[in-house]
Design a protein around this ligand. Structure first.
Ligand SMILES: [Zn+2]
Ligand SMILES: [Zn+2]
Length: 336
């Protein structure tokens, strides 16, 4: 009964960047980068509430149209986060279509643009033909762009000749339910455990009553227990899980410093490895990392696992070379 993130790269090592992260404690998902996402089912796309885009190069943003197509007509809100200029990029995409005959649709897209010390926000609502509505004043940003009771997302502006955002997704606490203790107390497994975990994460008062309703041999049973008793008896609280995501960055001292701080201690670090070390000059000229550089960053940030991706198609016949190089530089087990 773990409550950690479930994350996977949508495409293969050579495909467009997109990392899908579902939050198992609610029917909800996050998406990091918005490359080709055609292989994701409508069911998965409909769970997405927040999209984090590193930068608007086409391989990181081409999936916007498909996501919009699936979400349109659903009573949904979507939040998007991206680097300077991002609101204009979203506006440009939306301006590319004709928006009549959509009066009954309620989709609202809220776009947050990350600058070094502040954020700008704009809203695009379907009933208004997705006309841009700017929030009049920017709001301060200390690097934390989402802060919810269950998790937070931190970002860092990295150098890819243009700004490229790196992200860290941090679970505030990792909650496990002890099934044996539950059995001993005669309590069932069920959706009430989600409510319990949500209340603990939100810092609800200990005396808050938690109602458990279930049926046993056709009879309705009900018990109410105090949150503090359940927290003590059936829930094991450990430090939360952490994922880091970095792509499209040049190898430089400044980026290295920012990336190692962002990814420090991550359980899994998703990092681009576009080129092999033998083509490091090409990597530098295109403001990308080599596999060896990705491995060294992972080692320096002391992450537990490394997952490399975004290989240049030029190396389609030798992915093993990039994987081996990253693994050797990381010095530990490589996760793909
Ligand atoms: Zn790219
Ligand atoms: Zn790029």
């Amino acid at each position: 009964m773990a409550s950690s993130f479930h994350a996977f790269l949508v495409n293969d090592l050579f495909g467009d960047p997109a990392l899908y992260v579902s939050l198992p404690w609610e029917r909800r998902a996050l998406l990091f980068d918005l490359g080709d996402i055609n292989s994701l089912s409508a069911g998965r796309l409909l769970k997405i509430t927040d999209v984090f885009v590193s930068h608007a190069h086409v391989d990181h943003f081409v999936g916007f149209d498909y996501l919009l197509r699936v979400l349109l007509g659903r009573p949904k809100g979507l939040r998007m986060y991206g680097p300077p200029g991002f609101i204009e990029h979203v506006e440009g995409k939306l301006r590319g279509y004709t928006w009549n005959l959509v009066e009954g649709y309620t989709l609202v897209i809220e776009v947050h643009e990350v600058h070094p010390d502040r954020m700008f926000k704009a809203r695009f609502a379907c009933p208004e033909g997705f006309a841009r509505r700017n929030d009049p004043t920017p709001y301060p940003c200390n690097g934390v762009i989402v802060d919810e009771p269950q998790f937070r997302v931190r970002t860092s502006l990295l150098d890819h000749r243009i700004p490229s955002l790196g992200f860290a997704l941090e679970e505030t606490a990792h909650l496990n339910v002890d099934k044996d203790r539950l059995d001993n107390l005669g309590l069932p497994v069920g959706p009430w455990l989600m409510d319990l975990k949500r209340a603990i994460r939100a810092g609800a008062p200990g005396e808050q009553p938690i109602r458990v309703v279930w049926s046993e041999q056709g009879r309705r049973r009900e018990r109410t227990l105090a949150l503090q008793d359940l927290r003590r008896d059936v829930v094991r609280i450990r430090p939360g899980q952490k994922l880091a995501y970095v792509t499209d960055v040049v190898h430089s001292p400044e980026n290295t410093d920012k990336i190692t701080r962002l990814a420090r201690g991550a359980d899994i670090f998703y990092c681009e490895a576009a080129y092999p070390e033998r083509d490091c000059e090409r990597a530098a000229a295109r403001f990308h990392l080599t596999a060896g550089q990705a491995g060294r960053l992972a080692a320096e940030a002391q992450v537990r696992r490394l997952s490399v991706f975004h290989f240049s198609p030029k190396y389609r016949d030798c992915p093993g070379e990039l994987l081996d190089e990253a693994m050797a530089a990381f010095g530990r087990r490589l996760s793909t």
